[in-house]
Each structure stands twice: as structure tokens, then as C-alpha cells.
Design a binder for this molecule. Structure first.
Ligand code: CDP
Length: 214
């Protein structure tokens, strides 16, 4: 089987772009675990179930089937790939992701994807989901650079975007993700910390590919 490589890091650190290209270079699948949390948040929110309502949430989790394959995300058969990338989902996802039962319910699905090797990205890949990964990387960049990337990404898709608002959202999500009790975003002991501020995507991918092959 191919290598198991994990990338953790805060919002907008470039994980998705880098993970996709690195997976292609290594010939293994790419797993975006953020998309899974986004899909659950989107689904619960659409059903009118707030993160605080643990009873309803637990009941709905039991009948919620998330599938990921080749860049698509489905919830109970419905394709939600586009719907999960909105500013609204950005603003609610961390509240659902902080709930232990949600994280537990998604563990098996994530691990199943790594049968033939994987490049998996998220917040707790190194610490919880793939503690035995062959290579662990923590990608980061300054909050301003991360917000700028997200802002430009939105504009390039023809969407409205306000840089200051994106920056505030990125900082708020980082705060929620690093301060939650269950599986917080942190640098794992075995992880290589890689600051991508000022680096191009290609530079980052090349450096990581070298690291995996060494
Ligand atoms: O792409 P971006 O970095 O903005 O976020 P994402 O990777 O799509 O993740 C969205 C949210 O899901 C994060 O802010 C976390 O709250 C949650 N998440 C998580 O808790 N654990 C993961 N392994 C992946 C994402």
C-alpha cells in the first residue's frame, strides 16, 4: 500500500490545495475531512437541529450516512459538495465539530479511506484519526495570509467577499478549533511544522513530497 500522510492546520493554511496535489504526486487518494464535518453541519442545520440540542442531534446522527469519494460529498445520497462551501457553513461548522459524539461517529468513515494509503487533511489527523501515520505535517501561515487566500478564492469563484470579515471568521474558527476540549487543533509531537507564508503551492508540495520519499 502507499504511504499514510497527514496534514493538520488552521483554516486557510493551504491544506486542501497542497493535499490534493501531494496525493496525486504520491499516487494515493486524498481525503478532506473538513468536508465531512461541513456536510454534517450543513445537514443538521438544514434539518433545524442546532448544536446545543444533543438529544435530537444524537438521534439524527444515527440515521445520517456520509459518503466521500473523488471530491464529492453526499449525505444520505444527496450531493452536498457545493452547498458545504458557503460563508454560512464556515460560521457554523466548528460548533458541530466540537461535539464528541459527532467526532466519534465520523471516525470509522475517515479510517476506512486509508486502506491503500492516503493524504488526509484536517485538524486531528495526527493526534486522533491516524496516530500511526508515516508522515505528519502541521501546515500553517499567518492569519492575514490565510484570510487573504480564502478571500481571493471566493472572488475568483465570482462570489462576494469582504477581507475584514473573512479575517474575523478565520480567527474565530481557529479559536474554536484550538480551544475545544475534544480533539483540539494542535501540533502533534511527531509532526513537522511547515509555515507556508510567502511560499507558492508548488514549493510546498515539492518540499513535502521530498519529505515523504526520504
Ligand atoms: O478549509 P478550511 O481550513 O477552512 O476548513 P475545513 O478543513 O473545511 O474544516 C472546516 C471545519 O471543520 C474546521 O474549522 C473544524 O471546525 C472542523 N474540522 C475538524 O474539527 N476536524 C477535522 N479533522 C477537520 C475539520
Amino acid at each position: 500500500r502507499g504511504p499514510v500522510v497527514v496534514l493538520d492546520g488552521p483554516a486557510g493554511s493551504g491544506k486542501s490545495t497542497v493535499a490534493k496535489l501531494l496525493a496525486r504526486a504520491l499516487g494515493v487518494p486524498h481525503l478532506d475531512t473538513g468536508a465531512i464535518y461541513r456536510a454534517v453541519a450543513y445537514h443538521m442545520d438544514s434539518k433545524g437541529i442546532p448544536p446545543e440540542d444533543s438529544e435530537l442531534l444524537l438521534r439524527e446522527l444515527e440515521v445520517t450516512r456520509v459518503e466521500v469519494s473523488q471530491g464529492f460529498v453526499r449525505v444520505n445520497g444527496e450531493d452536498v459538495t457545493r452547498e458545504i462551501r458557503t460563508p454560512h457553513v464556515d460560521s457554523i461548522v466548528s460548533h458541530y465539530a466540537a461535539i464528541p459524539a459527532v467526532r466519534r461517529a465520523l471516525l470509522g468513515l475517515q479510517r476506512e479511506q486509508a486502506r491503500d494509503g492516503i493524504v488526509a487533511e484536517g485538524r486531528d489527523m495526527a493526534s486522533v484519526v491516524f496516530p500511526d501515520a508515516d508522515v505528519k505535517v502541521f501546515l500553517t501561515a499567518s492569519p492575514e495570509e490565510r484570510a487573504r487566500r480564502r478571500h481571493l478564492e471566493r472572488l475568483s469563484k465570482g462570489e462576494d467577499s469582504d477581507y475584514q470579515q473573512v479575517l474575523r471568521q478565520v480567527e474565530e474558527r481557529d479559536r474554536l478549533d484550538s480551544q475545544r476540549e475534544c480533539s483540539p487543533l494542535k501540533v502533534d509531537e511527531g509532526a513537522l511544522v511547515f509555515d507556508t507564508t510567502g511560499l507558492s503551492v508548488d514549493e510546498v508540495v515539492l518540499a513535502l513530497e521530498k519529505e515523504v520519499r526520504s
